[in-house]
Design a protein around this ligand. Structure first.
Ligand code: DGJ
Length: 578
């Protein structure tokens, strides 16, 4: 190539690179609706966040980020949730340092991870601990919330426009930087606005500005929302409004009564409106799905005893009315009652995303449960860097199986074909009816011959999913589960069945009936296992057979099972006979 042509080639390459850069769509994540599900999309395809959130101080040092992110990749995460700290981003007023954000994005790209950033701005677990020191010290310009006794708290007042301006200005600068470094690539797929916002010590702020607002009229926007959504309001919200006669004008006390729950509603409105303004800022600069997370009002705690007024289930209407620009209200789950908490957050108007859950060996099966049962868009144990990256660790195995299953899960979420399974020592069984088929799913330790069921050891949670691909064609996947398939009529009409040992002999004390007794002569079809294959799932959703399971592994055709020590994906084909 002569010099002229070489120059032309260089010019052409540069021009094409520029065109490619200029044509890239802004960001790559969004939300779509599929059936009854709302799904997160990344690079134009539905995506499940197999995530983990870093401990609060773990992204404050470049060396820690470089050490942790490769481990997260080894653990099988596809997404890391990372704080963006206001105090470290704006150490002096108006002077910004984005080096930690850049390091997070660089390490995420190097290690095949997407990022969800958590804006630790004006509030973190109700407090304002991540506000910069210059902000904290200037308490006259940036006033505090106060208790009823007039004690100022290290909680910036939501009633102060100066607080909003400072927080929003830093958020704006940080978002502009994100847009500059990531808009074409889309490593950052979601943003959390603030962290576990809410009031503590008292259910509401009692500063002079707060008192004034509390004595004024409830805003029309909230009242219009209550009127328009009366039928579907959260039962607690509805009851409080109805108890005062469903008034359509008046003060907070006049509309909702005089108690700490009304105080909480009032504060929820203030926080939601503040967050909405932050959301609008993000929309204009870096338009990815946005969410707000909540600390749960668990263990019987009352408003003022947990970060009150956050996006809690009983305040969901206030948050929807005040912050329509937020896509998801998300629970942080640290207490018992997992199944109940997730059900409270998977609503027709709120998709489930779990940004924080206690890191535990049960997380692998819990992730299966929420993706299948609640069409969840993401799951993320907290302080993930403390987890094990051993390839046999339950979360690592669970995420590996879920990564394979992602094409199927995203295809079938919202269609009614997926069921989540989650069992422990108290909840051992779930019966799923699919047309004329009954699938009885149980904890693996309900098999009478497994010693660990009765030797006093705590039952690891068992769980997974059942997916109907077609008639007589199912996927059973997860860990620690056993499933029996029977015709519904067969189950209703069969004679006495006795508990069997692993060898199929009736157990010595096996007089117990394990199926109901119909009486009369058996009529109708029975259901059998045609084949059970352990499979891996390919990127296009097709299967590759790993091995066939039969004989002892299916109890001679009686059931399909996955041990508590295993994570498996089983392709089950059924047939009928009489
Ligand atoms: C919930 C908060 O959102 C996290 O940032 C962290 O403080 C955890 N609690 C600690 O358990």
């Amino acid at each position: 190539m002569n010099n002229d042509n070489r120059m032309k080639a260089i010019f052409l390459t540069a021009a094409l690179a520029w065109v490619a850069w200029a044509c890239v769509p802004a960001q790559t994540s969004g939300l779509i609706k599929q059936g009854s599900a709302v799904q997160l999309t990344v690079d134009g395809k539905p995506f499940l966040v197999l995530g983990g959130e870093l401990g609060n101080s773990s992204a404050t040092c470049a060396a820690d980020i470089e050490r942790i992110f490769p481990k997260l990749e080894r653990m099988g995460l596809n997404t890391v949730l990372v704080p963006a700290y206001w105090d470290l981003t704006e150490p002096a007023e108006g002077e910004f340092d984005f080096s930690l954000t850049d390091k997070v994005i660089e390490q995420a790209r190097t290690n095949g991870l997407r990022v969800v950033f958590l804006w630790f701005g004006a509030w973190k677990n109700s407090m304002s601990c991540y506000a910069p020191a210059w902000f904290k010290a200037d308490y006259k310009r940036f006033p505090r919330a106060e208790t009823a006794a007039g004690k100022p708290l290290e909680i910036a007042s939501v009633f102060s426009e100066e607080v909003f301006r400072a927080d929003n200005r830093a958020f704006t600068a940080w978002l502009n930087h994100l847009a500059a470094v990531d808009k074409g690539t889309g490593t950052v797929i979601m943003i959390q606005v603030e962290n576990e916002i809410g009031m503590l010590e008292d259910a509401r702020d009692h500063s002079p500005a707060a008192d004034k607002a509390f004595l004024s009229a409830v805003p029309k926007t909230l009242i219009d929302y209550l009127k328009a959504n009366k039928k579907t309001l959260h039962p607690e919200m509805k009851a409080k409004w109805e108890a005062q006669g469903c008034k359509t004008q008046g003060t907070w006390r006049e509309l909702f009564g005089d108690d700490i729950y009304t105080d909480e509603i009032f504060m929820a409105w203030q926080y939601a409106c503040y967050v909405e303004r932050m959301a609008q800022t993000a929309r204009g600069i870096y338009d990815v799905p946005l969410y707000v997370n909540a600390a749960m009002n668990s263990r019987g705690r009352k408003p003022g005893e947990y970060p009150s007024a956050g996006p809690l289930a009983h305040l969901i209407d206030v948050w929807h009315a005040g912050a329509p620009g937020i896509d998801v209200l998300a629970p942080d789950l640290y207490d018992s009652g997992f199944i109940d908490w997730v059900a409270k957050y998977h609503l027709p108007n709120n998709p489930l995303f779990i940004p924080e859950i206690q890191l535990s060996d049960n997380d692998g099966v819990r992730a299966f449960y929420v993706f299948a049962e609640h069409d969840a868009m993401g799951f993320s144990p907290f302080s993930i860097e403390d987890g094990s990256d051993d390839c046999n660790a339950p979360l690592v195995r669970g995420y590996a199986a879920l990564k394979e299953l992602m094409p199927l899960l995203t295809k079938y979420q919202g269609t009614g074909a997926l069921h989540g399974l989650l069992f422990d020592g108290d909840n051992k069984e779930r019966v799923i009816t699919d047309g004329d088929l009954t699938v009885t799913c149980r904890h693996y330790f309900t098999l009478p011959w497994d010693a660990r069921a009765t030797d006093g050891s705590a039952w690891a949670e068992g769980g997974g999913l059942l997916l109907r691909l077609a008639k007589n064609d199912y996927i059973l996947a997860g860990s620690g589960i056993v499933a029996e398939f029977a015709k519904t009529t067969e189950k209703d009409a069969s004679g006495t069945a006795k508990a069997l040992g692993e060898d199929g002999f009736v157990l010595a004390d096996g007089e117990e009936e394990v199926a109901s007794v119909g009486g009369g002569k058996f009529a109708g079809m029975r259901q059998g296992l045609a084949s059970v294959e352990e499979v891996s799932v390919n990127g296009d959703g097709s299967f590759s057979r790993v091995r066939s399971l039969g004989g002892d592994q299916t109890h001679q055709g009686r059931h399909v099972r996955i041990s508590v020590d295993d994570f498996k994906i089983l392709h089950v084909k059924l047939y009928e006979y009489k």
